[in-house]
Design a binder for this molecule. Sequence first.
Ligand code: C2E
Ligand code: MG
Ligand code: MG
Length: 569
Amino acid sequence: MVVERTDPGSSPEPCATAERFLQMVMVCPDAFLEVSDAGVVTEWNPRAEELFGWRRDEVVGHPIVETLVPPGLGDSPLRHSGREGRLRFELAHRAGHRVAAEGLLFITGDGSDRGIGTFLYGLDNAVDPIEGLSDAYRYDPLTGLPNRELFGCQLSCVVARTQGVAGSVAVVLLDLDRFKAINNTMGHDAGDRILVSVADRLRRVAGDAELVARFGGDEFLALFQTASGTAQQKAADFIERMRAAMTEPFDVEGSEVFLDASFGVALNTFGVDAAGSLLSNAEAAMYQAKRRGGSSVETFGEAMRLELLDRMATEHSLHRALERSELMLHYQPVVEIDGITTVGVEALIRWQHPDQGLVSPYRFIPVAEESGLIIPIGAWVLEEACHQLRDWHHQGPTGPQGSVEVNLSARQIDNPQIVRTVEEILSRTGLPPEHLTLEITESALMKDAGSALQVLRALKEIGVLLAIDDFGTGYSSLSYLQRFPLDVLKVDRSFVEELGVSSEGEKIVSAVIKLAHALGLKVVAEGVETTQQLEVLRSLECDYAQGFLFSRPVPAADLIAAFGLQMSA
Ligand code: C2E
Ligand code: MG
Ligand code: MG
């Protein structure tokens, strides 16, 4: 069937004409498909449903690449072609095979309404399965967004199409901040509702994104493409809209929840033109945004690539550091506020790198956390520290007594296995549990407040003591402080530094100490370097102090030799 293009000027009633045209399309024995210039399906008739299996509501209003021209099928002849005339092409059947079709293409509408329509018929019953498209409908059931497979395929398609033009493709990866904590504290139904709402907001602000998709969990993706190299700008505009949309509270069971997100952006530059690298670069950028404390945007670039390489090299050699005994512990005394009696030691890890010398934990602990290596490394630290203290105890009253403080990372308390690990180590080394204090930073606690609480309670039952480390640097949620079964609060060095310098600093430390005491916690001041600081702390009734004033962290052997420490039991 041939349709003549109607001359808009010749019709006195264009609306009536459009309506009649639509009626005709609906009863036409040929399949009819119309796609807007933006690639969204605008018409689809019953015969088309029969021929290709897709229901009208599944295709109309959606990008054609989500259904009829899935990634892997090649580019849509209906998109960006602007061609009229007879054409053969293939479309995807809903059941996952190709259907070869032939149709007459013609331009429909004009201006913003411009699109391309085609009456088409199936050529044969071609049933070539489309690669990897066994379940034709690749959508996330919760949010209704395309899922990661569909996104990946579409990305390959877009990358292939725009090869060579740097900056013409941008991938944005969005990850919600603190979502896990909300999921754990408010329940999974609440979490699901938030995800659905985030998906709605994404759709709302998507603009001319090629595709928005759910990557999995609380991660979402958006894909941008431009003929020129301006995809980065499009991505930036989108992120701005999305961040604005995220400032609206989420309604969860009548209460308002505020959530933020971290964004990672990757562009097809720097010789990156494979879909896989674009995705992993977007991920790396997103993790970088998280590392910066969340609620921020990072774009993958040369500096980040080098940093990533450095982290990979660190991770690589860290793998063997344990086996090669390159890791060791230094100990720093914790003293009574009198500045004389040592009550315990904090175990601090050191890495004697074969080429780089002594590597700071600030550099390799984050790498160990990210790679999961912190689990075996952390277990080693615990065992080594408990052994050392047991040895000192065995030396009798002449050796250091007291307790040992071991740092645990977020990743360690995220894993309920830690409870067994601690129990086993205590029984192997024979150290009484009350001589072990586990330190957890404030930010690690807040990261995953829900499950951390359970793990801490279980640890508490074993009889070990719990300390909150670096207090004042994290979110400082005072209500959480009350909920966790803590024994000790360590005031961060940055506050101690202010003592004797500003009266504000003194007020803060004073308030923290009072609060901690009201909650029944003992207070350790970290990073005490001057006698003046010690005196102020004493006047504020701080319980213990730790810092270079008394001793730097030193190897176990030096601890006794250099300071002749007498630890109180
Ligand atoms: P942290 O637990 O807050 O340990 C205190 C840090 O402050 C130590 O740095 C210590 O050397 C330093 N310090 C102590 N007194 C003073 C002082 O008077 N002035 C100054 N400027 N610094 C002082 P270090 O040993 O480099 O450790 C850094 C961080 O690495 C630790 O902070 C802790 O969060 C982490 N860390 C260390 N060992 C382990 C470990 O075995 N496991 C885990 N997960 N983290 C560890
Ligand atoms: Mg510590
Ligand atoms: Mg600390």
